[in-house]
Structures are given as structure tokens and as C-alpha cells.
Design a protein around this ligand. Structure first.
Ligand code: PMP
Length: 364
């Protein structure tokens, strides 16, 4: 080995922003009741699974995928009632779309603004795309603090604003009128991230034509397709046409394209599963609220945020009892002693509530 190459280390070669990052942590979950990642717990009906098996068997995986994903985009346009004249850009999960947007606007000094606490990838991607990140605190009840938000937008002049609607990890849906005011004041793009649209009360997709700087992002991950990795951005062709230049040509593979298009023909099946999850959310909210010492936050998503004394010990106690949820304690000051549980099946809820009660009793 030459002396030159042996002097090369990650520390002296990589960008400081990269060295300062912590990788997004995905804990092992084999054998656990898995309620940490907002997945849909239900499998598809057998007949649909058989259809998919046939599609996959005949798929031309020796060829590159359709780079324009025409069939899949048409299916998405149909199920989302996309307003006339609007277009779609596909991502390998919506995470990839956040990254693409950040790369597109990251001029020196450009700002990505969101609220805190919210989805951690906004901050992480801003940092590694070389943008300045500004996180505006939510009010104490996790609603939008509109005055502070409008001031921050005017002061920071963000190129990109992300608002998760409903928000992760708090679970609430912000006031739509407040978001409209932010869109009107924002000097750049405002992306309303509707990852949890299937469990929410309304959507900004019908408003796409009204605000030239509005884009709406969605993922199919929470609707039963987390394993396919598929998200999309909806908006005016003037924006999406430019962003398409940054999309890697074959970012959505042959199999995800085929399977997702087939599943969207059966969107009703997926929405019926989402409906079951919403019903179970009501049951789980009530069960959590009835446990002494647990403070539950309202949810318009497929997960529930709650606060409990000694959250980290409770989280570990749950894990020992075979139940994996998400520990948010220590992540953000507003989330001290907070835990987040995904709404699963009734059976999973029972196991989780029993394990929680048992852990609390043991710690008492
Ligand atoms: N946006 C929000 C608000 C999320 O909570 C998530 C997933 N946790 C995503 C985007 C990313 O989803 P995916 O990459 O699976 O499409």
C-alpha cells in the first residue's frame, strides 16, 4: 500500500456534515410484536396475492424498468383524483423525494424549514444536502404556532418548507387555514407531506392548482406497501419537469412498479384495511387513556404518541416482553418521556396494552 493511500481516512476525506450525522437507526425486530414503524399489519387477500405471484413470475426483470413508469403513474393519478394539469414524480420511498427536493434547491446558504418535533429526515437530509436547517417549535399541544412560524418564514426566507400533515411523531393534523397562510407567505416551495393520508381527515391535493408554490408528497408505505418503497410528489409540471432531471432514471424497479399498479387497481382493499386500523386506533386510544399515569395525544395517523414517567424503562420493559415500539425520549426536549406506538391488529393492541400495564406495575 502506498503511503499516500494509507493517509486517507474517512475523517479527513468526507464532508464534515456527513461525519457529524448519525445513521437512521432501525432496530432488529425478528420475533417481536412490531409496532415501531407505522406499517400496515394486514396481509392482502389470497386471490390478490396469487395475482401478484403470476405478475412477478412473468415480469421482465432482465430489462430495466419503464423509466417513465407510465402505467403506475396513471394508476396513482386515478386513485388520488389528481387535479387536471398536475403531474406526478415517483420516488424510491418518499425519503428519496425529500432528498431530491433538497438537492434541487441547495444553493449556498439555502434554508430548509420545518417544525419541531417532526419527521427527522427533513433535518438529516437538509444537513447532508448542504442546506441550513431551521426547526420552528410547535406549540405545547403540538399544534402549529402560526405567529412564530410566519415570523420564521419571513426571517429565514426558506427555499423549502416541509409540513407533515398529519405530523410524525405527534400524530395530529395541523390547522389547514394556518398552512394556507404559510404557503402564501413562503418565498419558496411548501411541501405538504401526506404520508399518513389514508388515516387523515383531509388533503391538500385538491388545492394544488390554487397555490403555485405548493407540492404534495405521499407515500404508499403506510397503506400496506412499505416493502415496495414507493412515494410520489404531485404538483405543477413546471416544477416536476425540473425535478425529473435529478431523479435517477430507474429509481423504481420493475417489481415495485408492477405490484403497486396492481394493488392500486384494488385501492378499495387497502382503504378497507386503513379503515380497520382507524377503528382500532379509537380502541387503542381509549385503552391507553384508561391507564393511570399515561397521557395520550390525539391522532389522525396510524400511530399514537403518549407520555409516561420513566419512558425509557417502559420502552425496555416492553421490549423484554416481546413488544417493539418507538422510544422518543431523549430525541427532542418536547418529547421527553414520550413513546410512539403504531396501531396494529386488535390482537397486537391487546399484547401491547397487557405488556405496558405489566411493565408499569412492575416499576411502581
Ligand atoms: N414522511 C413522513 C412524515 C414519515 O413519517 C415517513 C416515514 N416514517 C416518510 C415521509 C417516509 O416514508 P417512505 O420513505 O417509507 O415513503
Amino acid at each position: 500500500m502506498s503511503s499516500v493511500s494509507s493517509a486517507v481516512t474517512p475523517e479527513n476525506l468526507l464532508r464534515p456534515e456527513v461525519l457529524a450525522l448519525h445513521a437512521y437507526h432501525v432496530p432488529p425486530a425478528a420475533g417481536m410484536v412490531k409496532l415501531d414503524a407505522m406499517e400496515n399489519p394486514y396481509l392482502l387477500p389470497q386471490a390478490l396475492r396469487d395475482d401478484i405471484a403470476r405478475l412477478v413470475a412473468d415480469a421482465e426483470i432482465n430489462r430495466y424498468p419503464d423509466a417513465g413508469a407510465h402505467q403506475l403513474k396513471a394508476a396513482i393519478g386515478r386513485v388520488t383524483n389528481l387535479p387536471a394539469g398536475m403531474d406526478i414524480l415517483l420516488g424510491n420511498g418518499s425519503d428519496e423525494i425529500i432528498q431530491l427536493l433538497a438537492l434541487a434547491v441547495a444553493k449556498p446558504g439555502a434554508v430548509l424549514l420545518s417544525v419541531e418535533p417532526s419527521f427527522v429526515m427533513y433535518r438529516m437530509i437538509a444537513r447532508f444536502a448542504g442546506m441550513k436547517y431551521v426547526g420552528v417549535p410547535l406549540a405545547e399541544d403540538f399544534s402549529l404556532d402560526l405567529k412564530t412560524m410566519l415570523e420564521a418564514v419571513k426571517r429565514e426566507q426558506p427555499a423549502l418548507v416541509f409540513l407533515a400533515y398529519p405530523n410524525n411523531p405527534t400524530g395530529n393534523q395541523f390547522d389547514a387555514e394556518a398552512i394556507k397562510q404559510i404557503i402564501q407567505v413562503a418565498p419558496g416551495l411548501v411541501v405538504v407531506d401526506e404520508a399518513y393520508y389514508a388515516f387523515a381527515r383531509d388533503s391538500f391535493i385538491p388545492l394544488l392548482g390554487q397555490y403555485p408554490n405548493l407540492l404534495v408528497m405521499r407515500t404508499f408505505s403506510k397503506l400496506g406497501m412499505a416493502g415496495l418503497r414507493l412515494g410520489f410528489l404531485a404538483g405543477a409540471p413546471a416544477w416536476l419537469g425540473q425535478l425529473e432531471k435529478l431523479r435517477l432514471p430507474y429509481n423504481v424497479g420493475v417489481l415495485p412498479q408492477l405490484v403497486a399498479a396492481k394493488l392500486l387497481e384494488h385501492h378499495d382493499v387497502l382503504l378497507a384495511q386503513a379503515e380497520r386500523i382507524k377503528q382500532e386506533r379509537t380502541v387503542l386510544l381509549a385503552a391507553l387513556a384508561s391507564i393511570g399515569g399515561v397521557h395520550v395525544y390525539p391522532s389522525d395517523a396510524n400511530f399514537i404518541l403518549f407520555r409516561v414517567a420513566r419512558a425509557t424503562q417502559i420502552f425496555e420493559g416492553l421490549k423484554q416482553r416481546g413488544v417493539l415500539i418507538k422510544n422518543l425520549d431523549g430525541g427532542h426536549p418536547a418529547l421527553a418521556d414520550c413513546l410512539r406506538v403504531t396501531v396494529g391488529t386488535p390482537d397486537e393492541s391487546r399484547k401491547f396494552v397487557a405488556a405496558l400495564q405489566d411493565t408499569i406495575n412492575q416499576l411502581a
